[in-house]
Design a protein around this ligand. Structure first.
Ligand code: DHB
Ligand code: MG
Length: 218
């Protein structure tokens, strides 16, 4: 069947075009560059969001005038910075990380960005950490980018603690291209996440490199 997104049969995106778009719309200042490079520098997995994907987070936060944002999966604090840069004045990001060395590196990067008062890195398994911040809610946005088997549970938490009109965003919604693997237990959990999101939110899966569910709480 003809690809409705292609008039020419070739893939429109090339590395050069992507790099042009990144630099034009989503350039790094020193603090973003530091956080983006940190995984490579510190021997962490280089699984941070892409430059333009993460810029989308900033714009989404601006669109909803977000003040209270939750991130699950901090890594080196790159996406937390992108979220924080879209907050309304006085806004805050709570970000959860389970690996102590990552949390420390993220805190250092966040301090270097001048965002230490805006982003709170909490070293905790997400579900424990999330229950501890429930009194701060309801929240304007929840960004999930952590253990993939946890997505359905994180989505259920988000449904209970997002305000109406709040956003849920989930990275890796194609599960590294293995979403439809019928053998894998984690793939099944990710499909459960999709089903839950489509049933309980107004949702779409944006075709980023690994799929990004974007959904509005009802
Ligand atoms: C992995 C995790 C991610 O969140 C991602 O974006 C890419 C890879 C991983 O666990 O391998
Ligand atoms: Mg990810």
């Amino acid at each position: 069947m003809a690809d409705p997104n292609s008039r020419t049969g070739v893939k429109y995106s090339t590395p050069e075009i992507q790099s042009f778009a990144d630099q034009t719309h989503a350039p790094h200042d020193a603090a973003l560059e530091r956080a983006f490079r940190a995984p490579d520098q510190h021997g962490m997995p280089a699984i941070q969001l892409g430059v333009s994907e993460s810029r989308l987070l900033t714009l989404l936060m601006q669109l909803i005038a977000a003040r209270k944002v939750v991130e699950i999966g901090t890594l080196a604090g790159y996406s937390a910075q992108r979220l924080a840069r879209g907050l309304a004045p006085g806004g805050k990001v709570w970000t959860f990380e389970i690996e102590p060395s990552y949390a420390q590196i993220a805190r250092d990067n966040i301090a270097a960005a001048g965002l230490a008062d805006t982003i709170e890195v909490r070293l905790a398994p997400a579900l424990e950490g999330l229950s501890a911040i429930e009194p701060e809610g309801p929240f304007d946005a929840v960004f999930i980018d952590a253990d993939k088997a946890g997505y359905p549970e994180y989505a259920r938490w988000a449904k209970r603690h997002l305000r109406r009109g709040g956003l849920l965003i989930g990275d890796n919604s194609y599960y590294f291209g293995q979403l439809l693997d019928r053998q894998g237990a984690e793939a099944a959990r990710m499909r459960e996440f999709h089903a839950y999101m489509s049933e309980h939110f107004d949702s779409v899966c944006i075709p980023t490199p690994d799929g990004m569910v974007l959904a509005i709480a009802r």
